[in-house]
Design a protein around this ligand. Sequence first.
Ligand code: UDX
Length: 455
Amino acid sequence: MATLRDQRRSVVLVPYPYQGHITPMLQLGQILHSGGFSVIVAHTKFNSPNPLNHPEFFFLPLKDNLSGFDTSFGNTLAVIRAINENCRAPLQGSLAQMMKDQEKHGQVCCIIHDAIMHFGRSVANHLNISSLVLGTCSALYMQVYPSILQLQSEHYFPLQDSKMLEPVPGLGTLRFKDFAIPANIEIPQPLLKFYEDTSNLGSSVGIILNTTEELDPMSLSQLKQYYKVPLFTIGPFHKMAPTSSSSSFLKEDRSCMAWLDKQAPQSVLYLSLGSLASIEAKELEETAWGLANSGQPFLWVVRPSSVNGSEWIEQLPKGFKDAVGERGHIVQWAPQKEVLAHSAVGGFFSHCGWNSILESLCEAVPMICRPCFADQLANARYLTHVWKVGLELEVVEDRGVIERAIRRLMVENEGKEMRQRAADMKQKLDISTNKGGSSHKSLSDLIDFINSFAR
Ligand code: UDX
């Protein structure tokens, strides 16, 4: 484990302890470490990162009082509230101590916290240091909570069914449906509070986003106008990070890499719904037959317990394994970035989490969009209607629809055109992350900005 004497200036990172958030925060840590900073990762004991994967960081575990707490998906807002309440004092106490002992710990320049972990900001205020917010979602989605709050104040909610397909004022191609808020309900108070807490920057002095100028200039310029603080777009982080160490909570099954080596170029459909989404057994069954009937090779990630009512894949339909034989490979967790970079992979059936999208675009892999919740619907809308590198799966429990979508993406001209557009996007992303590119420049601005806090 690193000691903070190695480098004089330290940044404190406060990640939200779920895969899709902790991964980009640790990648940001690697980027800043290679930019000359010591990195302190202040993390909950719940879902804590593995320090052995990051010997270059100093890890600061925070007492979160979550043991025995209901941390199931349905209780997410309560977990968020509990972490923000319980971790504030431990972080403040530990940092105050470290700041007294600068000789040993270096100078703590700032706190960078996940937008959801706003207790990081109040600790920074208390200790009289600067704080920046990391948004782990797209620039477009960063505008969604302020927009919902504005519309709430104008009495737009509850939304009627007839409104769901209408465009949201000011948000381009997004429809009300893409907010992922059901029709005919008032937005619950705890959810409104979450939107307020997460989108209110308070005294933060800047925003860091895992995106790049080239991906969505319109949303970025709207965000700049709205928040009026410097915005640093230094992504995709996994391309900017100097090394690619794993931050996976689940063990990667690498057997799929040898299987991929045996497949023809761009022939394999890779399927994964990320780290949180779960599906009904019926969808598992229909997806299985869609895959079998499509005739395409596939690599399918099914996380343990991600099919409701099952441990893993015991509810796969009878006859499915015989029907696909060696043409299909199923794992519990894959080395996703490597999979997407493999020349055999030609398409990604995805829940459209922001990390997955960036990882796919960086390898020019077009997508079938099966969004589940939160930002995934808005992300899918962008993939299908703005960047046009993905096609929307209209119905999820219908083998015929799934088979058709797979053929459209993997063998028909429509898919070829999407693959070409994805290749064009990859080229732009490569340029932005190379020396002289926009993300590269933004990173150097960020490093100067943080250095300016040093006293
Ligand atoms: C969550 C939200 O669902 C997502 O919408 C939001 O943008 C970020 O937080 P998650 O659902 O896990 O994240 O999706 P995603 O953002 O795609 O992150 C998943 C990460 O897990 C990716 O970095 C991906 O490479 C990794 N992964 C996934 C693996 O390493 N192996 C797998 O088998 C599946």
